[in-house]
Design a protein around this ligand. Sequence first.
Ligand SMILES: C[S@@+](CC[C@H](N)C(=O)[O-])C[C@H]1O[C@@H](n2cnc3c(N)ncnc32)[C@H](O)[C@@H]1O
Length: 276
Amino acid sequence: MADGFFHSVVPEGETDYADIDTSVAHIARVYDYWLGGKDNFAPDREAGDEAIAAYPQLVSSVRANRAFLARTVRHLAGEARLRQFLDIGTGIPTASNTHEVAQGIAPESRIVYADNDPMVLAHARALLRSTPEGRTAYLDADVRDPGAIVSAAADVLDFSQPVAVMLVAVLHFVSDEEDPAGIVHRLMADLPPGSSLTISHVPSDMHASAMKDMGDRLNRLLAQRSTYRSKEQVTRFFNGLDLVPPGVVPIQEWRPATAAEASAAAAMWGGVGLKP
Ligand SMILES: C[S@@+](CC[C@H](N)C(=O)[O-])C[C@H]1O[C@@H](n2cnc3c(N)ncnc32)[C@H](O)[C@@H]1O
C-alpha cells in the first residue's frame, strides 16, 4: 500500500459519491465510458455516444491515447532515466496508469497525480498503490492553478531533480483566455535540465470537420468546455524545450511499439519535450 498522503483522499473501503453531480456529463466519466469502464452515468454515456456519432473512430483514438501515454512514460523512465512524474488530468484509474508503467521500470519512481474531478478523487486510492521503494500521491487540484500544484507536489517530488510533467488529453480543457501556454510555462519554469513535458491534445486541423462536430456536441453536453488546437499551437507549448524525435505528431506515430499501435485510427497531436 502506498504512503500517498493527501488528506482529501477518500478512506479505504469507502467511495464517496456525495460531491458527484450525475445530472450532467463530466469528461472524466465520459472518458471512462469510452474506455469501457463502469464509473459513468446516463448523461456521460449520452455525451459519449454523441461524440462517437461525430467521429466514429473515437474509441480507437482514446485507446491510442492511453497507449501513447504508456509509451512516453516507458521512454522517460527507461531511456531518459526520469524517476519523478507529475501527471495532471489523471483520469479515473484504468489499465497502465503512469505509476504502474514507471515503477514497472524503476520501482523507486515517485508519482504525483492531480485532477479536479470528484469521481477521480473517489477512486484515487487505486492510484496510490506504490511499490515499497517508490511513492505515489494524489492532489485534488486544478491545472489552471499550477502554482498550487507545484507547491503541494513538492511534499513528494524533489524539484532539484528532473521531473516528467504529463499533460495528457487535458490542455484542451483550458481555454485560450485561461492561458494554457502560461500554465505550461509555470509548471516547467523551476524544473532542472533533463525534466520533460508530455502533451497530447485534440486537434482542430486533423479530421477537421469531424473534430468540429465532435467539439460542438461535447461543448453542448459536457460540464467542461474544450478548445481544440492545431499542430502549430500544440507545438508552441513546447517552446524552450528540445522535442524528442519524431516531434509533435499524430499520437499513433510517436514511437509505436507494434504495427497495430502504428496503424491505430486516432485524432490527437502528441509530443514529448526535454528541458535543455
Ligand atoms: C480525457 S481525460 C484524460 C485522462 C488521462 N490523462 C489520459 O490521457 O488517459 C481528462 C482528465 O482531465 C481532467 N481535467 C479536466 N479539466 C481539468 C482541470 N481544469 N484541472 C485538472 N484536471 C482536469 C478530467 O477530470 C479528466 O480526468
